[in-house]
Design a protein around this ligand. Structure first.
Ligand code: MEV
Length: 430
């Protein structure tokens, strides 16, 4: 039974120290974990093991996305991001969605694709032989990573494709084998590459061809997660707008992004504003996720919005987001990075699929917040109010003065560094 509530009213107004205290109470954090949050860094010797030529570490803020209710369970979502307003926006949309009963999220198995490229052979004949030898190849793959098979995962199937045409650019043909591998709770990149390399000598032997590339595909269209919401229009009523008009604006924004690549790219960037911070916080490979998502956005031959927003016949707003989501909760940086471990503890996910589901829900919430603002009062009002704190800090304000100067900048509607500096001077004299 999940006892954690992701509703923490006024969390925003606490000091960072009070927020850490609150979170350590909720999650019974030990002193080590509290110190990790306070120092917000990893040891140099860990950094040195993670990459080559390491000379230090680079910190970003970790914040908490609140109000997330997904499949009846509450999630407090750690997000690592440099952009102001992302976390506030995600939490505010999640609050509305929570009032509508929360998100429904689903996912497929963690089925990944490893690609093996074969050239210089009779492709039709080679295709037939590979299909005949499928079980042998799957066995070779699994013997190279026996632990994964023991866990119930491993290579499960293969597909063979013949690509290209000698009469069209790039005037060549090739055979590509897809090893379908269930990586369970791992993202699985290393495991997939090992398996692809393990089967390649036998593939050369039976096809008489030459194997070149042996590598996973980041277009993980067999490893998907989906978020769905249904929101009564009344939940969008506010003092300036009628709920039905807000819903109409959201649908207009959706349609714009469906029709136009210029807009779709920004619309999808807004979704990634929610996704990347959770991917980073949990130590996952955000470049892989970005690559897969952008490919998925043009899976039908045209780059489009990844979300679907429409209304049912009672004018409820329906939202859907389905994405490839190859994230893991074991292995890689997830395991090595102590803050990734702590973020996973706070998030409370028990499997890679559960993590993928949470991430897609955050993406949908983030997009809802962005297009709701864009279609009503505009993005700048809220954004600049939060950005004002950045401006105040850049002008040299410290401690309480950051909020005081920021508030003044917003009041004067002049969120500029020069103004912040002159206000700071006035306050210092006072
Ligand atoms: C800004 O980081 C993200 C937005 O541009 C997304 C969007 O336009 O939908 C606000």
């Amino acid at each position: 039974m999940n006892k954690i509530s992701s509703r923490i009213p006024n969390f925003y107004n606490l000091s960072i120290e009070q927020r850490i205290n609150k979170i350590s109470e909720i999650f019974s954090l030990n002193q080590n974990e509290i110190d990790l949050l306070k120092n917000n860094s990893i040891d140099l010797d860990i950094a040195d093991k993670m990459i080559e030529n390491a000379i230090g570490t680079f910190s970003l803020p970790i914040g908490l996305g609140l109000n997330f209710l997904i499949n009846g369970k509450d999630y407090i979502v750690p997000m690592v991001v440099e952009e102001p307003s992302v976390i506030a926006a995600a939490s505010s949309a999640a609050k509305i969605i929570r009032q509508a009963g929360g998100f429904k999220a689903t996912s497929t198995e963690s089925m990944m694709i490893g690609q093996i490229q074969v050239v210089n052979c009779d492709f039709e004949k080679a295709k037939k032989i590979i299909i005949e030898q499928k079980d042998v190849l799957i066995n070779i793959a699994n013997n190279s990573e026996p632990k994964m098979k023991e866990r119930g995962g491993g290579a499960k199937d293969l597909e063979v494709r013949i690509l290209g045409n000698e009469n069209e650019y790039p005037y060549c043909k090739m055979l590509v084998i897809h090893l379908l591998i269930d990586t369970c709770d791992a993202m699985g990149a290393n495991l997939i590459n090992t398996m692809c390399e393990a089967v390649s000598p036998y593939i050369e032997e039976i096809t008489g061809g030459k194997v070149y590339l042996r590598i996973l595909s980041n277009f993980t269209d067999k490893r998907l997660a989906k978020a769905e919401v249904k929101i009564p229009y009344e939940l969008f009523d506010n003092k300036n707008y009628k709920g039905k008009d807000v819903v109409e604006g959201i649908i207009q924004a959706q349609n714009f992004a469906y029709l136009d690549t210029y807009r779709a790219t920004t619309h999808n960037k807004g979704i990634l504003n929610g996704i990347d911070p959770v991917v980073i916080a949990t130590g996952n490979d955000w470049r892989a996720i970005e690559a897969g998502i952008h490919a998925y956005a043009c899976k039908n031959g045209h780059y489009r919005s990844l979300t679907k927003w429409y209304k049912d016949n009672q004018d409820n707003l329906i939202g859907e987001l389905e994405l490839p989501m190859a994230v893991g909760i074991v292995g890689g940086a997830t395991k090595i990075h102590p803050l990734a471990q702590l973020c996973l503890k706070i998030l409370g996910v028990k499997s890679a699929r559960e993590l993928a589901e949470v991430i897609v829900c955050v993406g949908l919430a983030q997009n809802l917040s962005a297009i709701k603002s864009l279609a009503t009062e505009g993005i700048q009002k809220g954004h600049m109010a939060l950005h004002a704190r950045n401006v105040a800090a850049s002008a040299g304000a410290k401690g309480d003065l950051v909020n005081i100067i920021a508030k003044e900048l917003v009041k004067l509607n002049e969120i500029k560094i020069d103004k912040a500096k002159s206000l700071l001077k006035e306050y210092s004299i006072k």
